[in-house]
Design a protein around this ligand. Structure first.
Ligand SMILES: [Zn+2]
Ligand SMILES: [Zn+2]
Length: 255
């Protein structure tokens, strides 16, 4: 199994996961044309994409889903709460996700995990390949519940949100209401909360951790790397940081 981010941040998120020449998409927060371009640049034939999974209805995650999936004629999976907000409940390509109930697609098993975020039924995902490799994708949550921590144990790779630095957020350009939302229990993870999460799920099999959904206004990439390096146990320059406008490299989970 291998994966790569097609972009991550408050202006759009998408992650590609591939196993045995078949691929899944987690979120599509970019316009259809951008998504099709990035899939091609990523070297994934459009016919290899078998399904898309949607974390929640916020436009940086859900914007391009319907149009892309209709174009490719592939199912998109989302919770009932997300589907209702997006007016997908009558759509023939929509498949309903239920928290903790795994879905098998393209020789991968996707387990949805409910998270605390200010959306209608937000989920995040743990993806396991038929050969037992586990990838955890976690963003858009304001706090760590024991259910989240337990669900992301035994992952070989993680892509996790390091959204903001609390001091930069407090002194940043956001109006007070938005600041409170981001920092709240249903907002986004700070760098320190991200580090705390990594410490709690770390085990010898965890080989890769990348940080995503990094705020361009309320965070500093050097700071993210410093805070996470300590938790991961590597040097700051070796912490992979995802970016909004560029795809990451493929990360393989084979060793
Ligand atoms: Zn988001
Ligand atoms: Zn969100």
């Amino acid at each position: 199994m291998r994966f790569r981010s097609l972009g991550s941040g408050s202006r759009g998120n998408a992650t590609l996961v591939e196993f045995n020449a078949q691929a899944l998409l987690i979120d599509s927060g970019f316009a259809r044309r951008t998504m099709l371009q990035r899939l091609t640049e990523a070297g994934v034939e459009h016919g290899a994409l078998k399904a898309a999974f949607v974390t929640h209805e916020h436009s940086d995650h859900a914007k391009g889903i319907q149009s892309l999936c209709e174009h490719l004629n592939i199912p998109f999976y989302a919770s009932f709460g997300t589907a209702r907000r997006m007016e997908w409940t009558g759509h023939s390509l929509w498949r309903c996700l239920v928290s903790d109930k795994p879905v098998d697609v393209a020789s991968m098993q996707v387990t949805p995990v409910v998270v605390p975020h200010d959306a209608h039924e937000p989920l995040q995902f743990v993806i396991q390949s038929a050969e037992g490799r586990r990838l955890g994708i976690l963003s858009d949550l304001g706090s760590l519940t024991s259910h989240v921590v337990n669900s992301y144990r035994d992952c070989h790779a993680l892509q996790v949100e390091a959204n903001h630095d609390p001091v930069m957020l407090a002194n940043g350009p956001y109006p007070p209401s938005l600041r409170a939302r981001v920092a709240g229990a249903y907002g986004h993870l700070s760098n320190e909360q991200c580090a705390d999460f990594i410490r709690r799920v770390k085990w010898p099999g965890l080989k890769h951790v990348s940080a995503g959904h990094i705020s361009e206004k309320n965070n500093d990439r050097n700071l993210v790397a410093q805070v996470l390096a300590e938790a991961i146990g590597c040097s700051p320059q070796d912490v992979p940081l995802l970016s909004q406008d560029e795809m990451s490299d493929w990360v393989a989970l084979n060793d």
